[in-house]
Design a protein around this ligand. Structure first.
Ligand code: PLP
Length: 368
């Protein structure tokens, strides 16, 4: 029996290699993972406390609409509670958006390379992904606008973009949204927004205030350090939230995730600390790359896309054998690049010395 046509040939998602897998396969004791843009500083200590408080309730379904988290998050974002929709990771919100708004005969427009789940979610619904190449590593908003037609239902803007780390500024985004026809919803995926320091970055919530056709996506997997819990959310007009709720799985934000995220958003000090450390780590790596004359895209996120000018898979395998897990740019649409998550100071040093050894070995082989 064959599965539905739209998923034939769809690739299975390939995550970055896990620490456990690399330790097991290579028999290494010390491994660092800078592959999935996770938080090297863990999560707020308040999270553990919140989990111990619910330890007698694991056998009970959680509250379906996460009322405590909803209230607290709405307060901190200064938005109406009815504007929030939660997901089992923002991945699930992406899926809900595609499920609610796409069907065969419709299209969704996105950049390429960008976060691959927009394309997958589009294909699953039997709709057509229309991919518009980045220009100098950035979303080409003019070309994206040209790609919009009467069949377009969604436009995805990953901001900052994964894997390039580049961003679209407020003015450009606002002009772009103003020119979109009324039948199109725009999804602003801001998974890394808490890391952004550039003050021309869009104030997406103010855009959303006057435009009901915007969905903003955020996650607890990055700066909040809660990737294990799978918790993300969307902010949108209540009517859009209503549509998404129709396709949401019951109890999709589990009890542990509700407790952990509620505790995490009350610890602003932790978030600020991580943001500062990330900037310092970024500087640490960029300064060394500048010294070596290695190119990279300017990043507002917690990762850097680095052009080693060698086959990305080769550099990846070299580093992996040394216990350093990064992401080869090859699978991400940048064949000679590496995407590296900014780690803590020591991890960044380990990565830099691994990369430096690789480059020196290459150079000495050429000069032999
Ligand atoms: C741009 C972007 N959006 C969404 C996600 C998914 O995050 P979550 O863990 O909330 O599903 C990621 C994860 O890497 C991402 O990079």
């Amino acid at each position: 029996m064959s599965a539905k046509k739209s998923i034939q040939g769809l690739p299975v998602y390939q995550p970055g290699k896990s620490l456990e897998e690399v330790k097991r396969e290579l028999g290494l004791e010390k491994v660092i993972k800078l592959a999935s843009n996770e938080n090297p500083f863990g999560c707020s200590p308040k999270v553990w406390e919140s989990l111990t408080q619910i330890k007698d309730q694991f056998h009970l379904y959680p509250e379906d609409d996460a009322p405590l988290l909803r209230q607290k998050l709405a307060e901190s974002l200064e938005v109406d509670e009815r504007r929030l929709i939660f997901g089992n990771g923002s991945d699930e919100v992406i899926q809900m958006i595609a499920r609610a708004y796409l069907e065969p005969g419709t299209e969704s427009v996105m950049a390429t390379p960008t976060f691959p789940r927009y394309e997958t979610a589009t294909r699953i619904e039997g709709a057509v992904p229309v991919e518009v190449p980045l220009r100098e590593g950035k979303h080409d908003l003019d070309a994206m606008l040209e790609a919009v037609n009467e069949n377009t239902r969604l436009v995805w803007v990953c901001n900052p973009n994964n894997p390039s780390g580049t961003f679209v500024d407020h003015e450009s985004l606002s002009n772009f949204i103003d020119q979109l026809p009324e039948h199109v919803l725009v999804v602003l995926d801001e998974a890394y927004v808490e890391y952004v320091t550039d003050d021309t970055f869009p104030d997406s919530l103010s855009l959303l205030d006057y435009n009901p056709r915007i969905i903003v996506l955020r996650t607890f997997s990055k700066i909040y350090g809660l990737a294990s819990f799978r918790a993300g959310y969307g902010i949108a007009h209540p009517e859009v939230v209503q549509q998404l709720s129709r396709v949401r799985e019951p109890f999709n934000l589990n009890r542990l995730a509700q407790a952990a995220t509620l505790a995490a958003i009350s610890d602003e000090t932790f978030v600020l600390y991580c943001r500062n450390q990330n900037r310092m780590g970024m500087k640490q790596i960029m300064e060394r790359l500048d010294e070596w004359g290695i190119g990279y895209y300017p990043s507002q996120a917690n990762f850097l896309l680095i052009n080693t000018e060698y086959n990305g898979d080769e550099v990846f395998s070299y580093l992996l054998k040394k216990g350093i897990i990064v992401r080869s740019g090859k699978a991400l649409g940048f064949p000679t690049y590496l995407r590296v998550t900014i780690g803590n100071k020591e991890e960044n040093e380990v990565f830099l010395s691994g990369l430096s050894n690789f480059l020196q070995e290459k150079k000495s082989r050429v000069s032999q």
